[in-house]
Design a protein around this ligand. Sequence first.
Ligand SMILES: Cc1cc2nc3c(=O)[nH]c(=O)nc-3n(C[C@H](O)[C@H](O)[C@H](O)COP(=O)(O)OP(=O)(O)OC[C@H]3O[C@@H](n4cnc5c(N)ncnc54)[C@H](O)[C@@H]3O)c2cc1C
Length: 454
Amino acid sequence: MAIATIDSALLEALDAEFSGTVLLPGDDGYDEARQVHNGLVDRRPALIARCLGTADIAEAIGLARASGLEVSIRGGGHNVAGRAVTDGGVMIDLSPMKGIHVDPDARTARAQGGATWKELNRETHAHGLAVTGGAISSTGIAGFTLGGGLGWLMAKHGLGADNLIGVELVTAGGETLNVSDATHPDLMWALRGGGGNFGVAASLLYRLHPLSMVTGGLIAHPFEAAGEMLRFYRDAVADCPDDLTVFAAVVHAPDGSGLKLSAMVVFHTGDPADAERDLAPFRAWGSPLMVEVGPMPYPVMNTLLDAAYPKGALNYWLSSFTTGLSDELIDAMIERFTVVPSPMTAILLEHFHGAVTRIAPTDTAIPHREFGWNLLLPSEWLDPADTEANIAWTKDSFAALSEHFSGGRWLNYLGDDQDNAIQAAYGPNYDRLVEVKRRYDPENVFHLNHNIVP
Ligand SMILES: Cc1cc2nc3c(=O)[nH]c(=O)nc-3n(C[C@H](O)[C@H](O)[C@H](O)COP(=O)(O)OP(=O)(O)OC[C@H]3O[C@@H](n4cnc5c(N)ncnc54)[C@H](O)[C@@H]3O)c2cc1C
């Protein structure tokens, strides 16, 4: 169908120059390339440009524009709303672009836009260095970082975006810019959290930090203890050091039994004695069913929850920052979790404190800089017959908990169907983002994202 809209002369010209692979519907590998993390996403690009380098990206943008076709950008393919894939347009697929170069003296890493956190962590770890990455290792570095990027290291070193110091960016006009604070201060500001609105990040330059071993792991309690555990958790992290980050959740046992649990995921970047001291209250509280906490290389910490988020599972997520963690919110979370339809779903509290909260709301495009929690409803299930029930539960739970929400939204978790969510994600930075968008993408070529309308 849509392939008929690509002029054959343009296609031949692309084929002659392109270093990567051009996939059309019906080609070997086409169906695999259009699949992303969320199995609910089933879109069919007219052409998939599997780029090998920056010039390929510019070429693919040119072809799409000359053909009047929509552009989507695929980094790691983790966006839950599936914005990496266009129906009938040109998908610029960076997944073959995984080059990573660490400069241990400068403590920086340049990584291409198709790398995942597993791959970047592995390379930086080889030099005893690290940067804030996602909690799940298969997440793409590009979409994650451009959308803010919260993770275990944010209390110690800020968000992924706070550590982004340069971007090799291919613009809507096909120009390649080496963006930094020195060369393009407004654009660099916008790239720290403004998403994929301004161009294709061919590579990203990160500031790294010395870090090798950490202490981390899981502590699980019976679901019946959830109320007490979450109250303990709230008080225990009230003034915790930057070295310590604890997320808490109501979850299901990973064995598929459907057993409900309450749990804390703990993470500590300090030396073993400090970790022992700071984690002691979490280990000692209540009557845990499981305490699996110990020293591990940082990259291992970023794989601890991987098994709970398999590629191809069906996903529908909603999230919001909360106004604290009141007893009423805790009770409402527990009430909603008693009627959750899928044994894969959790309700997760992500704690913001430390370095991430010491940056001013307008210093980067990400305004969410307050001590507190982001509450995530990451619904997951396997049987398409269960889709309606799971989406309904997620929406109903979001509505039921909304009186405890602050109004702020985490950009990276947004889906497709949320009123005013974009403004809630960018907050006071929205107008400045619009100005930058007008300068670099006035025709809104890059609109399959959390769109800033020029
Ligand atoms: C299981 C799971 C765990 C997650 N954990 C976290 C977490 O811990 N912290 C967090 O903050 N978020 C998390 N997320 C959300 C995730 O960061 C976002 O979905 C992010 O967009 C993923 O990046 P990606 O490159 O994999 O995305 P893709 O789906 O490939 O791309 C999503 C969008 O990002 C933009 N984009 C991607 N690559 C580029 C590029 N090279 N240049 C320009 N724009 C680009 C495009 O607009 C694209 O539409 C998680 C998501 C999942 C499914």
